[in-house]
Ligand binder design. Structure first.
Ligand code: SF4
Length: 377
């Protein structure tokens, strides 16, 4: 396959691994910040190719995994309302809310199984189309994702406003990568000495946003792609910096990422969204780390449109009592403090068929990657 096989060449990977070993003189810990990179690393055994001094740890790069349980509960509350068609990316359907595993409303899939009109879509514009063809229904899109998917959400809102679509709204949970990286670097538990930044996010946003982090924390950041050779080259560039005492922002993924990114997409995001603080599942609130609808688009905010105050979550929210399964250590997984196989529930009480936490559900989740490719650990 053109432009894929070239980046999976085993001999070239071996040469990169030997080049990394040749320049490594001491232990280094490097975090990748994208779930797609995590899956490549685990699937292709990239971490096992590296010298023992290099530890790769997996960051909060899976948007499904970091969507807070409160918002999943709100999605379930809206989706159970009879006049609603609830549209979502497929991964979100099996993310557990705060209710028990046997409950009808434990996740969106359970709501669908008991008659809820929940539809899997591949784009927010598909949800907008459903709204236009079902004028007597309320159509809600669960807008989850990093900066990569935010422009498509912004386009759906912008089009809905222009076309005066009244029965369309969004439950917005978009999050931003640089504030999450700063939260990790500022944590007293931080182990990260270098980052592989997420190539797809930078394709949209460019990479100038990372310069303040490099300067403030003296940490190398290498914008990196997703194929095995991309990741090995990213690690090589990062180790080169660490070994020479440099901390710079570099771009390994130059075939896709430009310094200023996609400015048209950014303008659309600016038009529709404002920056807000956001809760991250398993981590807590990170200031200025999310996107919310601007006031001029507030009529498309599903949280304002639907009265879910009678739903049981409201009471729990009032007392701040919504929690993860007590067994799930997703917060530590998402911050790179623990690896999935170190969770006592991994592969036993927690599997993709019966997940206790979001990292086991999503195709980008670290626990799902280890379950799929590393069950022997
Ligand atoms: S293996 Fe399951 S329970 Fe453990 S951290 Fe991962 S998702 Fe949570």
């Amino acid at each position: 396959m053109k432009f894929v096989n070239e980046y999976r060449d085993a001999d070239a990977a071996d040469r990169y691994a030997r080049a990394i070993a040749a320049i490594t003189t001491q232990p280094w810990t490097i975090m990748e910040i994208c779930g797609g990179q995590t899956h490549s690393i685990v699937k292709f055994g990239i971490d096992e190719l590296l010298p023992p001094e290099i530890t790769l740890i997996h960051g909060p790069g899976c948007p499904v995994c970091v969507t807070p349980v409160e918002l999943v509960d709100k999605a379930i509350a809206i989706a159970t309302q009879p006049e609603v068609i609830f549209c979502s990316f497929g991964d979100m359907l099996r993310v557990p809310g705060s209710r028990g595993v046997e409950e009808r409303e434990k996740d969106l899939l359970a709501v669908k199984a008991t008659g809820g009109d929940i539809r899997i879509v591949y784009s927010p514009l598909d949800a907008l189309k459903i709204a236009q063809t079902h004028p007597h229904k309320q159509v809600v899109f669960f807008a989850v994702g990093f900066e990569t998917t935010a422009p498509a959400t912004a386009m759906a809102v912008y089009q809905a406003a222009r076309q005066e679509v009244k029965n369309f709204s969004l439950l917005v949970s978009h999050v931003l990568v640089p504030p999450a990286m700063e939260a990790i670097l500022a944590s007293p538990h931080n182990r990260v000495q270098g980052f592989l930044a997420a190539g797809h996010v930078c394709t949209v946003m460019g990479y100038t946003q990372y310069e303040p982090l490099v300067q403030k924390y003296c940490v190398p950041i290498v914008v990196t792609g997703f194929e095995p050779l991309d990741i090995l080259q990213g690690v090589y560039m990062c180790v080169q910096q660490l070994e020479s005492g440099r901390s710079q922002l570099e771009n390994q993924y130059a075939r896709s990422v430009r310094r200023n990114g996609n400015e048209t997409a950014q303008q659309l995001m600016q038009e529709v969204f404002k920056i807000v603080s956001r809760q991250w599942r398993g981590i807590g609130e990170i200031p200025q780390s999310g996107l919310g609808l601007r006031d001029k688009y507030a009529q498309f905010d599903a949280q304002k449109r639907f009265d879910i105050s009678n739903y049981a979550i409201s009471e729990a929210l009032l007392f701040q009592s919504i929690t993860e399964s007590t067994e799930c250590m997703s917060g530590q997984i998402l911050q790179g403090i623990k690896k999935p196989h170190e969770c006592p529930a991994f592969g036993d009480r927690c599997t993709p068929e019966h997940p206790l936490g979001a990292p086991m559900v999503s195709s980008e989740g670290a626990c799902a990657a280890y379950y799929r490719y590393r069950q022997w650990m």
